[in-house]
Design a protein around this ligand. Structure first.
Ligand code: SUG
Length: 439
């Protein structure tokens, strides 16, 4: 059946700031405490969405979650009016206020894991919301994310939205950032690769491994995937300790192509072997491995070469890689991209996109989108107004220009006016998307 990959980007929220909240995410640590520009961040994200619309692709958007998260502050013991809650939290628990204000839901690759209907036992499209249990600021996302996905994918004849797995370290799940789907073409049955950093119960020294094998297995089971078409591979400890806190920092794949760094997997040969076995009769795997000798792991992580969108673009015979501008600014990755395009492999073009505001928190082009392969009927059945036209992008940008600050310093989170501004901005964005029910 014919189907399209719909990229649902996270619309960057008005409280985007550099909180330094993510242990193991080098960019988040490096830029902690800097002044952010939420307006520029959201406009950059929307321009990336516009670029894909212009390529002839179907582009979706997910609205920001309500911030600050007053429920979190109230459950932490703060009471009174909104302004009183903010004032008290700013004095007594500034770290918690920063968490409550985090705009981290912009990175929708972590919103859920998605299996298209061509892969599932009941022929429905399945989404399991990620519990994001490792980092406090991300662990607060899943209830609101569930509400958003339920509002968009509400037709249960076509869609199954699963709530997050239990909030325990054994079930740590970071969603599609650790998941790659490969297939002959989007609508054909595929192979799903789940990458995990540790086993349930295993505790490791070094940076946190945010995904367990158990969580991945639960998601695959819940989606009704054929066991022979699901592959579980361990992310290399070296990559995690070098700052690859999700597999999508060192690997991206689409159609029959897997583009990855030599240091991405604990056992590359075994991973490729399992993928070849799982894809028998469906497609012939095309691995594109970037050698350490050509791109050092540090460069791969600093430039986010692999945190790119790998796209099947109408009218182009080879895949297009939409990479962050940082990959053009880093000598080794720039040279690699030039060779990649000059060669006769499956990737024919690299397009660079400026998402620097998000990048400074460790979120590249691929973090900002959740891929949902959808048939025509599924596209018709989902909430229509989240599928973007350029006019709707213009309307969202108008709201951003009118309601977002262009400067947010850590101390500004103590200003109660910011909370009202965030609420107003979100209400107006939801109105453009006809999702006022989420306000
Ligand atoms: O979870 N950064 C996010 C970046 C997520 C990137 N997503 C993917 N790789 N798919 C994270 O570490 C930083 C927030 C702060 O420090 O304010 C943050 O949460």
């Amino acid at each position: 059946m014919s189907a399209a990959e719909v990229n649902f980007d996270g619309l960057i929220g008005p409280s985007h700031n550099y909180g330094g909240l993510s242990d193991g995410n080098l960019a988040s640590a490096r830029n902690a405490g800097d002044v952010s520009n939420p307006r520029e961040a959201a406009l950059q994200g929307l321009e990336k969405m516009r670029r894909l619309v212009r390529m002839g692709l179907v582009q979706g958007v997910l609205p920001p979650l309500p911030r600050p998260n007053f429920d979190l502050l109230v459950s932490a013991g703060f009471g009174g009016s909104d302004a009183e809650i903010i004032e008290k939290a700013a004095k007594q628990a500034p770290g918690l206020l920063k968490v409550a204000y985090s705009a981290s839901s912009m990175w929708t690759a972590n919103a859920a894991t998605v299996s298209p209907s061509a892969d599932t036992a009941d022929g429905r499209l399945h989404l399991t919301v990620a519990n994001l249990s490792t980092m406090l600021h991300r662990a607060q996302e899943h209830p609101d994310t569930t509400a958003v996905l339920q509002a968009i994918f509400s037709d249960d004849r076509h869609f199954a939205v699963h709530a997050a797995l239990p909030m325990h370290a054994d079930f740590s799940d970071e969603g599609a950032a650790n998941h790659v789907r490969l297939s002959a073409e989007h609508g054909a049955p595929g192979v799903e690769l789940f990458v995990y950093g540790r086993d349930a119960g295993e505790s490791l020294a070094g940076f946190p491994a945010r995904q367990t094998r158990l969580a991945a297995e639960c998601v695959a089971r819940g989606h009704g995937l054929a066991p022979a078409r699901a592959v579980f591979a361990r992310q290399s400890r070296t990559a995690i300790d070098a700052g690859a806190f999700h597999n999508d920092v060192v690997c991206v794949g689409t159609a029959d192509t897997l583009f990855f760094h030599e240091a991405a997997f604990e056992d590359t040969e075994a991973t490729l072997g399992a993928l070849r076995t799982a894809s028998q009769g469906l497609f012939e795997l095309k691995p594109v491995m970037v050698p350490l000798a050509e791109v050092p792991l540090e460069d791969a992580i600093r430039s986010y070469l692999f945190n790119s969108q790998l796209l099947v673009v109408p009218g182009e015979s080879r895949l297009v890689l939409v990479a962050p501008t940082e990959a053009a600014d880093t000598a080794s990755t720039r040279a690699y991209c030039d060779r990649l395009v000059d060669g006769n492999g499956p990737i024919g073009r690299v397009d660079f996109v400026d998402v620097r505001q998000s990048m400074r928190n460790g979120g590249g082009p691929a973090c900002l989108r959740l891929r949902v392969v959808m048939t025509e009927a599924e596209q018709q059945a989902c909430h229509p107004d989240v599928l973007l036209t350029e006019q709707r992008i213009d309307a969202l940008q108008d709201v951003v220009r009118a309601t977002y600050r262009d400067r947010l310093a850590p101390a500004d989170l103590a200003d109660p006016a910011l909370a009202s501004e965030c609420r107003l901005a979100r209400e107006q964005l939801l109105k453009v998307l006809n999702l006022e029910e989420l306000a």
